[in-house]
Design a protein around this ligand. Sequence first.
Ligand code: GDG
Length: 496
Amino acid sequence: MPARPTFDLVVAANRLPVDQVARPDGDIEWQRSPGGLVTAMESVMHDQAGAWVGWAGEAGAAPAPFEDSGIYLRPVALSAEEVRDYYEGFSNDTLWPIYHDVIVPASFHREWWSAYEKVNRRFAEAVVEVAAPGARVWIQDYQLQLVPALVREARPDVRIGWFDHIPFPPVGLFAQLPWRLQLLEGLLGADFLGFQRRADAQNFVRACRELLNAKTQRDTVTVPGSDRRVRASAVPISVDFAGLDELARRPETIARSREIRTSLGDPKVLMLGVDRLDYTKGIQHRLKAYHELLDEHRIGPPEVTLVQVATPSRERVEAYRTLRDEIEQTVGRINGEFGQIGAPAVHYLHHSHPREEMAALYLAADVMLVTPLRDGMNLVAKEYVACRYDLGGALVLSEFAGAWHELHQTFACNPHDIEGLKQTILRAITTPDKEKRRMMRALRRRVADHDVQRWAARFLGALDIAPERPSLDPSTGHHHGDEPDMRSNEARGMTQ
Ligand code: GDG
């Protein structure tokens, strides 16, 4: 048997960046899923070979490891019960609600926790198997919070980073978790922990101080019972700006965006929402504001219309099934009351679309509605900006999205304030084009400069120097506290 290959860079994420598709002849093949994370990884993997550890998406035995476009993929098996308990259960029905302000109540089940522990152990074993001596290991997200400590236990030679794609909750909410200490100890196995916002990193540091009695200083936690230090700071994720900009400029995309507008009856104002169908995304709040605007005759079809893409998500979790029913009922009611023949008030699409179609939709939309109640970052907001090479469009953005801390020239809103949201939507419609172009230009500068390639480079740079030089930002040489986020936005006021 040939020796198993090992790699200097190992990524571990719940999902592999490929999907299994059955061919007509019954064979299966793998299709690359074009997420931002994959693009980011490709950008850091050209001069070093990398491996990716993750679940292939189907319950049962794992396929053998294989290579895809230069990345060694190491599948991890999950049984049907593990998918239910580790993934749908503990990850999506315990951690997800706690980490998103308990918008819906969280469920606590001890057998879910056991499955979470067991699966995290399996991921750690796979990482250990493919990591070369001294490798950099980059673990992704809330499904794998125990992996850092498990990898460290087996392999003190490797450097371990973890990135949190979702918010990290305030200690008052985090403390509800019966397994809060194990989760913190799991994460403290890392050398560097990256978060979307400074507030998330601060929540983590505070949880270590209050729940573990750990010594903390600014962004650094000293692991109790040792002198090892772990750094926790903000490295906000982004999108492949150049790739999206290029896609949006293609003649086919431009033609398709015109075609979309024509088939919608050439509305004066096309509004767009694009979300996974999730209760964190504020889809109901958005529909309520829209419904009231129609009801008050401030807007109406055929001049104004709304396209809502709600991509199917986590359909076996009860809260998601209920949400889908609620949203579909609301859409039906709005269309029943305000639609006209050939001109519905809401075009609701509950299926996913190819990336080319998404780019055409972004390019077609005059007003993009991004109104989450809580969101780690929200890539849709940044994708919209990256596609608007024409400087058209207006972005309505919730203060509760991580993206709001970076994207300053938006129509900012508090989605809980329905009256305020209505005003903001009207302002996004009526603000003169010249002003909107100025805003879009500023937004594009920000996203172009802070793209996903830079995010990955910053994360790995921080991992390389942590924790010896804890407070230095590798990309700018500035201290992290200098980052323009929350404070500058607060200074502007939230009413823009
Ligand atoms: C988590 C955090 C954080 C959606 N529908 C289709 C489609 N999409 C793509 C979008 C976008 C992605 O899915 C959704 O990303 P978001 O960032 O908006 O939200 P989450 O899925 O909740 O992601 C979030 C993110 O992780 C990254 O760290 O920003 O806060 O919750 O890229 O374009 N793509 C295609 N067809 C669709 O129908 N092709």
